[in-house]
Design a binder for this molecule. Structure first.
Ligand code: GLN
Length: 484
């Protein structure tokens, strides 16, 4: 039952071969079975999930089913869910029950999807390995001694281990694509402004964007159809005609112009991964696509610029967690200052504090121009690099991550090594572009992701290009032996 895609499950539900309650029970059972080994969830929603499934089955019987009615999904614990704990992976919000629903989860509720639970994540989405979570590290289903990527590591592990047919993630610097790559699943970060950020706990507001994670490009298209769209409650949401992301999936690849940036094939890239990517490119070529060398001349400073801009925004966004309004409050504060200081120092983890300190520093008046302003200028140049590239190519391809999944603990003491995990994904966020990662092979039995970057609002083309690849390959159908 858990081997099926959403596209197949839809047919089975509509044909009454299976009910949403049966499906939901099956997934909940798997989630509980593997929770102690994977730690993919922070909250498991047994009761509400079954109640939603009962309602979905009624809707299906009445002939009112939409694409996701009765489909169980896992939601990253960054989306506020009314009445259900939303922790954002932090001790600070360990006791936080949101009084309102995020737009993304509201859309899933309206569509009749079932929420199986809230997935584990790096604290406040800061990390590339899921090790910064207050709830402990998540394990990669392909090798339990390795990380599932981050920050959406619970969501990626859940799909890879088939604990949910699809999940949601958020991507500020790579947090959908990198975990998708490291666990052998698909994920897409949409164009900035395509999916509402309302009720999605903010890390770096000018970069954060939510997207789906799943088994196939087709499933991503199906889930994105529900997630995306203009939201008057988010001032950065973009108003444009609704796209059907499934409509273009079957376009042939002939004539597709693929740009391959030299900047993505640096010495940091594992040569075996480079070989996997080259094989994928050859396959595209065999289908009539053409390959073009492009340069993204500022990609080498993207990570540095990001680690000024993202912490600067985070230092501002996280100032709301002060022990007064939300979440954790220290015991017996002596006075107001003591309340602020101890609530924050006890409630926030090391990486989050590091970011707040870096960001506060970058914004301080004596270094503002040299740090923050400079980073913003670099950001403009990076955006321009992409715009120049898209003058001559339709999509850009390369590796998602320089390495396959690394060992738990391997980079947690070395922030720079951790930050460089996103060296091929970060520029896409700085430019606000859409980008996906799909499975393209294995190196030493660990999955490798192919990154596909598109022009603004060209998600449908990215998904088309990914879907066509999946008609010719079966990397996306591989599942880890222990979770078959
Ligand atoms: N790994 C990057 C960071 O730690 C990106 C995280 C994300 O995309 N949420 O900031």
């Amino acid at each position: 039952m858990h081997n099926h895609t959403i596209a197949t499950l839809r047919k089975m539900l509509d044909a009454k071969e299976i009910s949403s309650v049966e499906l939901t029970q099956h997934y909940l059972k798997r989630i509980h079975q593997y929770q102690s080994s994977l730690n993919a969830f922070i909250t498991i929603c047994d009761e509400t999930a079954i109640a939603q499934a009962v309602e979905a089955d009624q809707r299906i019987h009445q002939g009112n089913a939409q694409a996701l009615t009765g489909i169980p999904l896992a939601q990253k614990d960054i989306f506020c869910t009314k009445g259900i704990k939303t922790s954002c992976g932090s001790k600070m919000l360990d006791n936080f029950i949101a009084p309102y629903e995020s737009t993304v989860t509201e859309k899933f509720l309206q569509a009749g999807a079932v929420m199986l639970g809230k997935t584990n994540m790096d604290e406040f989405a800061m990390g590339s390995s899921n090790e910064t979570s207050f709830y402990g590290a998540v394990k990669n289903p392909w090798d339990l001694s390795t990380v599932p990527g981050g920050s959406s590591g619970g969501s990626s592990a859940a799909v890879a281990a088939q604990l949910a047919p699809a999940s949601t993630g958020t991507d500020t610097g790579g947090s959908i694509r990198q975990p998708a790559a490291l666990t052998g699943i698909c994920g897409i970060k949409p164009t900035y402004g395509a999916v509402s950020r309302y009720g999605m706990i903010a890390f770096a507001s000018s970069l954060d964007q939510a997207g789906p994670m799943g088994k196939t490009a087709e499933d991503l298209a199906i889930v994105l159809n529900t997630m995306a769209g203009f939201d008057p409650k988010d001032s950065t949401s973009i108003e444009r005609p609704k796209t059907d992301y499934t409509a273009q999936l079957n376009q042939p690849l002939k004539g597709l112009r693929i740009g391959v940036p030299k900047a993505f094939f640096t010495e940091q890239l594992d040569s075996n991964i480079a070989a996997v990517i080259q094989t994928a490119l050859r396959l595209y070529e065999s289908q009539g696509a053409t390959i073009h060398d492009i340069s993204l001349p500022h990609n080498d400073v993207a990570t540095a610029a990001y680690y000024v801009i993202a912490p600067a925004e985070c230092s501002s966004n996280l100032s709301r967690f002060d022990g007064v309004r939300y979440g954790y409050r220290c015991a017996n504060p002596k006075n107001l200052l003591d309340l602020y200081q101890r609530s924050r120092s006890e409630g926030l983890g090391m990486e989050v504090k590091r970011r707040i300190m870096m960001g506060t520093y970058a914004l301080s008046s004596n270094v503002y121009e040299a740090c923050y302003l400079k980073a913003q200028k670099i950001r403009c140049l990076i955006r321009q690099d992409f715009l120049d590239a898209f003058e001559t190519v339709d999509v850009i391809m390369g590796p998602t991550s320089p390495t396959t999944a690394f060992k738990i603990g391997e980079r947690s003491k070395d922030p720079i090594a951790m930050y460089l995990s996103d060296m091929y994904t970060i520029a896409v966020n700085l430019a606000g572009l859409p980008g996906a990662s799909i499975p393209a092979g294995f190196v030493n039995n660990m999955p490798v992701g192919l990154q596909i970057i598109g022009n603004y609002f060209d998600e449908a083309r990215i998904l088309n290009v990914a879907h066509q690849y999946q008609q010719l390959t079966d990397w996306h159908l591989q599942t880890p032996a222990a979770f078959k």
